[in-house]
Design a protein around this ligand. Structure first.
Ligand code: ATP
Length: 363
C-alpha cells in the first residue's frame, strides 16, 4: 500500500536518508526503529508530506505523493507532543479538524462519537484539554487523527512522554485499536520493546539506512548485523574462525564453545576468516549441583543485578575476552548467588548466530 523506493534526503550536504526502499502492506502495523538521529522521523515526515525526498518516490495506493501537500494525502500524523487545545473540551478538540470537511452537524457528531469510542474516551467528551491526564491527552490526539478516517496513521514516538506503566497499557491499547480500525499504522520509536510488542514488521535503521527489515521474531532471533543484534536486547559477542563453508552453512572454531555449525546469513565468511558470533543471554542456563548438559562451561560470577522476575548475571569464563551476560528467571535461586561464586553454565550450540559488520555511518 505504501511503496517507498530509492529515497534519499539531503539537508545541505548532510545525508539524512540513503537509498531507503520499503513496501508496507494495507492494514499492517509497521515500525521504524533506531537510535536518535538515524533518520526515522525524516522518513515518517516524508510519508506525511512535511519533508520532500531529494530523490526517490513515495507511493500510496499506487499514486506518487511527491508534490502532494500533507492535507491532500490519505495520511494523518500523531505527534510526540500531542498539542491539544487546553481551553476546548475533548469533543471540540476532536471535531476541530472536521470543520473544513463541512459534513453537517449530525454526521460530525456521529464521527466524533465513533472516534472517542474507539479510544475509550466516550465518557469524557465534555472535559477540557487542561483537565486531562497524559494518557487521556494521548487518546484525544489519536481520536483527532482517526476522526478524519485516514488510510494511514503515522505515529511519531506517541508514547514516549508517558511513564512506564501507562506506556505499557497504551501499547496494548494501540495494538488493539489498530486491529479494530484495520488501517495501516506506521510507528516511529527508539524503544525496541515497543517495536517488538506492537509491530507486524520492523525496519531497523542506522545512519540513514535500513539495516534490516523483518518480523519481530525474525529480527530478535536472526539479526544480520552486530548493531541490530545489540539494539534489539542484549547479546554476547565472540569471535570464531571459519574452517569450512558448505552452501550457506559455516563451520566455525571458537575458543571455548568448540566447533559450531551455523547459517552464514549475511556474514559471508570464507575459510580462514574471523567472524563475529552472537548468543542471547537467555540462551545460556545455569546448571545446579547434579545437573549436567551435553555442552557446558565453567565460570565465575562477576556481577549480579536483581530485576524481580529475573536476575542478570555477568560470568567470567577463562579464555573469553568479555564476561558472558546471562538472564535467569528467579525460580531456582540465581538471585542468591554471591559475587565470585563458581558456576557451570549450559549452552545450546544451535543458539549462535553469525553476524555481519555494519555499514559505516559515512554521512
Ligand atoms: P530522534 O529519535 O532523535 O528524533 P531520528 O532518528 O528521528 O532521531 P531525524 O529527526 O530523522 O532522526 O534526523 C536525522 C538526521 O537529520 C539527524 O542527524 C538530524 O540532525 C538531521 N536533521 C533532521 N532535520 C533536519 C533539518 N531540518 N535540517 C538539517 N538537519 C536535519
Amino acid at each position: 500500500m505504501i511503496t517507498i523506493s530509492g529515497v534519499n534526503k539531503f539537508y545541505g550536504i548532510y545525508k539524512a536518508l540513503t537509498d531507503v526502499s520499503i513496501d508496507i502492506a494495507a492494514g499492517e502495523f509497521f515500525s521504524l526503529l533506531g537510535p536518535s538521529g538515524c533518520g526515522k522521523t525524516t522518513l515518517l515526515r516524508s510519508i506525511a508530506g512535511f519533508e520532500t525526498p531529494s530523490s526517490g518516490d513515495i507511493r500510496i495506493d499506487g499514486q506518487s505523493m511527491i508534490g502532494v501537500p500533507p492535507n491532500l494525502r490519505p495520511t494523518n500524523m500523531v505527534f510526540q507532543s500531542y498539542a491539544i487545545f487546553p481551553h476546548l473540551n475533548v469533543e471540540e478538540n476532536v471535531s476541530y479538524g472536521l470543520k473544513r470537511l463541512k459534513l453537517g452537524a449530525v454526521e460530525e457528531r456521529r464521527r466524533v462519537g465513533d472516534a472517542l469510542d474507539q479510544v475509550r474516551l466516550g465518557h469524557l467528551g465534555k472535559r477540557r484539554g487542561h483537565e486531562l491526564s497524559g494518557g487521556q491527552r494521548q487518546r484525544v490526539a489519536l481520536a483527532r487523527a482517526l476522526v478524519l478516517r485516514p488510510k494511514v496513521l503515522l505515529l511519531d514516538e506517541p508514547l514516549s512522554a508517558l511513564d512506564k506503566k501507562l506506556r505499557e497499557e497504551m501499547q496494548s491499547e494501540l495494538r488493539a485499536l489498530q486491529k479494530a480500525v484495520g488501517i495501516t499504522f506506521v510507528l516511529v520509536t527508539h524503544d525496541q520493546y515497543e517495536a517488538l510488542a506492537l509491530s507486524d514488521r520492523i525496519a531497523v535503521m542506522f545512519g540513514g539506512r535500513i539495516a534490516q527489515l523483518a518480523t519481530p521474531k525474525e529480527l530478535y532471533q536472526h539479526p544480520l548485523t552486530r548493531m541490530t543484534a545489540d539494539f534489539l536486547g542484549g547479546m554476547n559477542f565472540l569471535s570464531g574462525k571459519v574452517t569450512e563453508k558448505v552452501g550457506d552453512m559455516l563451520s566455525v572454531e571458537t575458543e571455548r564453545f568448540g566447533r559450531l555449525r551455523l547459517a552464514a546469513a549475511a556474514c559471508g565468511g570464507r575459510p580462514g576468516d574471523y567472524v563475529t558470533l552472537g548468543i542471547r543471554p537467555e540462551r545460556l542456563r545455569l546448571l545446579w549441583d547434579g545437573e549436567h548438559a551435553d555442552h557446558e562451561l565453567q565460570g565465575r560470577v562477576t556481577d549480579r543485578a536483581y530485576f524481580g522476575e529475573t536476575t542478570h548475571l555477568s560470568v567470567r569464563v577463562d579464555g573469553l575476552e568479555q564476561p558472558l551476560s546471562m538472564i535467569e528467571t528467579n525460580t531456582y535461586g540465581a538471585d542468591d548467588l554471591p559475587i565470585g561464586a563458581s558456576i557451570r553454565l549450559a549452552y545450546d550450540p544451535e543458539a549462535f548466530v553469525a553476524l555481519a559488520d555494519d555499514e559505516a555511518d559515512d554521512r
